[in-house]
Structure formats: C-alpha cells, structure tokens
Design a protein around this ligand. Structure first.
Ligand code: UN1
Length: 501
C-alpha cells in the first residue's frame, strides 16, 4: 500500500486506488491510498515548517544533495526505467531516456548551487552600492502528469529544492509507484523529509486542498503540467491570490514539410513525433502541413513507414506500447469516435469506424490498452482534429501552397508549445522560426525530445509563457531581491541627489 507521506509519515485514511500495468490490466503495479483536501493542506503546512531551515543550508551544499541524487538515480536507473515501463506502458528505451533526463537535470543544477548568482549594480550616487539577490519563493506545490512520471517532475523538483524551497508534490495517481520510487531516491540523497511531501489525491480533492492552502497563505508557487483545461482553472485560482503559476499544458504541434525537404528524414521525424510514446507527449506531433507538390509522395512513404512499425509490449523493441491508463483510453475512444464519423482514416491496419472506434487493438482487449497508429489525410482548418489535442497515436495531414500559409496554419489552433519544419532552405527555416508562435522550434527534427537544459514551455493554450529547464527555470523558483547600501554617512536621495561630472 502506497500512502501520501507528510514529514515522512504515511497518511492512512482515504480510498484505495489501483495503479495497473496498461499493457496487462490484470497486473496491479501498486495499491495507492488517495488522500483528501486536508492532506494537501497538511502537506503545505509541513513544507512551510521545513522550508526556512532548508533555505539556511548554503546553496553549494544544496548542490551536493542534487549531485548525490543524480548519482543515486544513475545507480538505480534500470530499476526505475523498468518500473516506469510497467506502470505507464512507455517502451523501455524511452523509459531509460526519461531516467537519463533526471540525471541530466541533476548534472546541470548541481553546479548551479555554486552559482545562483546575484549582481552588483552601480548606483547613481557616490559611496553607495546596489545589489541583487535570488531568494527562494518558499513553498511550491507541484502537480504533474503521468506520461513523464519522473523526468518532468524532476524539472520542477530539482531546481525548486536547489533554490531553497520546500515542495508538495502531487503526481498522477496512475503513475504513483514511479513517483514514489523517485521520491524515495530524493530522500535517500539526503533531503530532510518535510522539505518534500508526497501527496496522492485525485484531481478535484487536489484542487480543493490547493484552494484552501492558497487562501491560508501556505503556498507561494504552483507548478502544473497537464491539460490546457485544468491549467486554465489552476491559473484562475492562482490569479485570485496574485500568483503566477508555472503552467506546462497541451499542444497541437505542427510539422511543416516544404517541397525541397528531405522526405525520408521528414517521414522518420513524423513517425517518432507522432507515434512515439503513443502520441501522448505534450510535444507530440498534431498535424503535418505538407507542401502540395510533395503531399502524395510524403503520404505514401509515411503510411508505409507507419504500417511497418511495431506496436506492442513495451518491454520489447516497439515504436509504442499501450495508452497510459483507462481514463486516457476512454477519452481517446471518444476522439476516435468523432474522427471516424468525420474523416477518411488511413489506418496502418484496417479502417476505424464510428461503431467500433477501438478496432485496431493489437492485443487482447481485456488485457491491454493497445491501439493502432492512425493517419488522417485531408484535415481542414476548421476540423476538430486540426484544432484540438488528441493525446493518442493519431496524426492529421493537410497541405499548403506558400510558406506564409503554412505558418498561418501552424499557428491556427492557438496552442504554442512545439513546432517543426523540414526544409533544405535556411531562409524557410528562419522565416518559420520568426513567424511561429510556439515556444520551441525544431528544424529537420522531431517536435518532441527537447534536451534538458534548453528553455521548455509554451504560449497561448500551451502555457502562460513560463519556462522550465536550464537557468531559465530559476526565475520560477526564486524571486529577485534588490538591496541598496549607502556608506556616505548622509541621506542621499535617488533622483534628487544624482552625482554630476
Ligand atoms: C511532456 O510531454 O509533458 O520534449 C514533456 C519532450 C520531452 C518532454 C515532454 N523531453 O518530448
């Protein structure tokens, strides 16, 4: 039984929830106890108590904790990756990559403990010096999705802790065992227990608890990775307390393929972007926007590549495994239902109909949440499939005539997370970069697979402009404090006693 841990102590009340292996639903990975709103508040209270002492630990020493965490994750990489694969069905190679992403994040931030620079700034008056300091925000509540059950949480937890904050972490319940395993490594690396409190709770209870904790002044920063709809609710709630959360939301990520593109490279990129992780990354490819001159050739090669891809048990060498859990599968069933009734679907194997949206199972329907990859050609700008995130192994295709039209189409859904262009013309690449509203742009590469030290984040429906990763995330977990120090021995007034030459 996995329970929420506050000050290292289990919370023993609440409903039971089973986290299942989505590749074999009879395999229960863990039994979780879901806590109520009070636990979300109690976790924030505990974090508040622990934060001051943690902030007093010198930043380079907090950096040593991050270094120890990186080494511990490395030493336990195989076990953690296998657990991630078992719990959320991501292919083992991807799960190993995910664990490596934590190590990369730790390797980046362990040195930041010795930097965490402020500035010295000249004053307009003599015998006076100005300074800036980064100070921790205080208590951060971090709510994460389960498609990246350990790497994406590490993008919040590692910098937040390094900067001297205490954290309440509420992971997705269907990825609770992976979250618990990662949290245990964090404590084993030397973090005092109350500095990180782990809460298992459902979405509404988390929201209610967060509402109370914010009202009580117990939370200073909220980090949320998940759907745009929930992100908007969290943003609204934080806004009432004049707080700006770090929001990493959905995407409808476009890939433009110009007439001069290397089509084999583009097919490879579309295959990984669209179907890697069963299309369940926020950075997954939504729509291919291909030049009309190469449309037929691209679709022929793309369909052949998709038909040849292996789907199945994630511990084998497959392109993708099952969907994350039953809630996601049932949402995706609805999506397939409306798609089947509105579009011509090119399935890699067989046709999907409105009556039988799940057609395309590769496994026993009772045993695993497997779906075939689907390509939908001829998607139009006002189609729901063009406008909305689908979070499953499905890619739309549409055409364009000139690059301005392609950029306009790429921006049309109003998301703005990731984007990609395949072209051999640098001018097209630069024009695309300048015109696209996305926070991330790939040239001749996948929409997904960002590296752990570049700013990660989106605009529009994909987020509020906050960025994670690299030094940029420090602005989420610290606030700038300025100081002026006058050693002239008299009152020098800014603007009024300015020194002149
Ligand atoms: C997500 O799906 O929430 O860039 C994040 C990528 C990964 C992270 C995806 N490194 O695809």
């Amino acid at each position: 039984m996995f329970e929420s841990l506050i000050d290292g102590k289990p919370v023993t009340e609440g409903a039971e929830y089973l986290s299942r292996n989505p590749a074999r639903l009879d395999d229960v990975v863990a039994t979780i106890r879901l806590a109520g709103p009070d636990t979300v508040v109690a976790a924030a209270e505990s974090a508040r108590r622990a934060q001051r002492e943690w902030a007093a630990v010198p930043a380079p020493v907090r950096g040593q904790f991050v270094a120890a965490l990186g080494r511990l994750v490395e030493a336990n990489a195989d076990k953690l990756a296998r657990l991630v694969t078992r719990e959320i069905g991501k292919p083992l190679a991807e799960a190993r990559g995910e664990v490596q992403e934590i190590v990369d994040t730790c390797d980046f931030f362990l040195g930041e403990g010795r930097r965490l620079y402020g500035q010295t700034v000249p004053s307009e008056m003599p015998d006076k010096q100005l300074f800036t300091f980064r100070v921790p925000v205080g208590v951060a509540t971090v709510i994460t999705a389960g498609n990246f059950p350990v790497a994406v949480p590490s993008w919040y937890l590692v910098p937040a802790l390094l900067c001297g904050n205490a954290v309440v972490w509420k992971p997705a319940e269907y990825a609770a065992a992976s979250a618990r395993a990662f949290a245990e490594l964090i404590w084993r690396a030397g973090l005092p227990t109350g500095v990180l409190n782990l809460v298992f709770a459902d979405g509404q209870d988390t929201y209610d608890g967060l509402t109370q904790a914010l009202a009580a002044g117990l939370v200073d920063k909220v980090g949320f990775t998940g759907s745009s709809a929930v992100g908007a609710r969290i943003g609204e709630l934080c806004g009432r307390h004049v707080q700006s959360p770090c929001l990493e939301l959905g995407g409808k990520n476009p890939m433009v393929i110009t007439a001069d593109a290397d089509l084999d490279l583009a097919v490879e990129g579309a295959l990984f972007s669209g179907f890697g992780t069963a299309g369940q990354r926020c950075t997954s490819l939504g729509t291919v926007i291909v030049h009309e001159d190469v449309h037929d050739e691209f679709v022929a090669r793309f369909t052949a590549a998709v038909a040849g891809a292996k789907v199945g048990a994630p511990d084998e060498d497959v392109l993708f495994g099952p969907l994350l859990d039953e809630k996601f599968a049932s949402n995706y069933d609805d999506t397939l239902g409306w798609i089947a009734s509105h579009h011509t679907v090119i399935g890699a194997t067989g046709r999907i109909t409105a009556d039988n949206p799940r057609a395309g199972f590769t496994g026993d329907p009772a045993a695993g949440l497997f779906y075939h990859p689907v390509i939908v050609d001829g998607v139009r700008r006002d189609d729901r499939l063009f406008q909305e995130e689908t979070f499953g192994p499905i890619v739309g295709v549409t055409t364009y005539r000139d690059l301005d039209e392609a950029i306009d189409l790429a921006n049309a859904p109003g998301y703005g997370l990731s984007s990609s262009i395949y072209t051999t013309n640098p001018k097209s690449a630069f024009r695309f970069r300048a015109g696209i509203g996305a926070g991330m742009v790939s040239v001749n590469n996948s929409t997904s697979g960002a590296e752990a030290h570049l700013p990660f984040g989106g605009n529009g429906k994909s987020g509020n402009g906050s960025r994670q990763s690299g030094i940029w995330v420090l602005d989420q977990f610290t606030r700038w404090q300025s100081m002026n120090w006058d050693f002239s021995g008299r009152l020098q007034k800014a603007q009024m006693d300015v020194a002149t030459i």
